[in-house]
Design a protein. Structure first.
Length: 225
């Protein structure tokens, strides 16, 4: 059943990052840089559309790419360069309304935190996967104790965030949709990529190329999309 926005609004607004706040799939960009784009994009497509195990997909893609520490600064810049129109403006408006703004992503914290600082989300409110590097900056794995490295990880993390108050979650993929029943409202975003199952199952679906209408949803307006 599709839910409508609560007229009283939401205290907490949570965003996915890749293909939501930025028109980037971070792991795919790294794959392109390392010449394994085709193989990695195929795995990403299956994972984001719910056709494969997320934990296995993450491990396999990282093993193919093996990014180094210096790649994270470069990737952070790519997130900024490809910011979805109006994202920084939206975050500013939400903060003025005293909304708590979070980013939850299966992407990599050292890159996404660069982007988060740019759009005005504090680093402590950014929850992502952590990559592990040796002293020379070479890839040596990822933190597999992090719930976000596993299936249904966003659902687990969001359960904790919802303790802060009524929560709306915005995302583009099936791993986002899986958390629908944990939050008070799930908003699907198709401004970068439309995934049919997300469009069909989300409470509200935005297919604009901007997230600016999220401000109205956050304060409880029910708008026809």
């Amino acid at each position: 059943m599709k839910r409508k926005a609560n007229p009283q609004g939401y205290n907490v607004v949570v965003f996915d990052c890749d293909s939501t706040l930025s028109a980037v799939e971070g792991i795919d960009l790294l794959a392109e840089k390392y010449g394994v784009k085709k193989e990695v994009e195929k795995i990403t497509h299956h994972a984001m559309n719910g056709h494969s195990n997320f934990a296995d997909a993450l491990a396999f893609r990282l093993q193919l790419v093996r990014p180094c520490k210096s790649d994270m600064k470069w990737l952070g810049g790519q997130y900024i360069e490809r910011e979805v129109p109006g994202t920084k403006e939206l975050v500013t408006k939400l903060k003025k309304l005293r909304k708590k703004v979070f980013i939850i992503s299966g992407g990599f914290d050292s890159a996404i935190k660069i982007f988060a600082s740019h759009i005005g989300v504090k680093k402590s409110n950014v929850l992502c996967n952590s990559l592990l590097f040796d002293k020379s900056g070479k890839y040596r794995g990822f933190d597999n104790s992090n719930p976000l490295s596993k299936n249904h990880g966003k659902k687990i993390v969001l359960k904790q965030i919802t303790k802060l108050g009524s929560t709306v979650f915005v995302g583009d993929g099936v791993t986002d949709l899986e958390a629908k029943n944990v939050v008070d409202l799930f908003v699907g975003f198709g401004g970068v990529k439309v995934r049919e199952v997300v469009k069909r199952e989300s409470d509200i679906f935005i297919d604009d190329n901007t997230l600016l209408r999220m401000k109205d949803i956050a304060i409880g307006k029910n708008i026809a999309f």
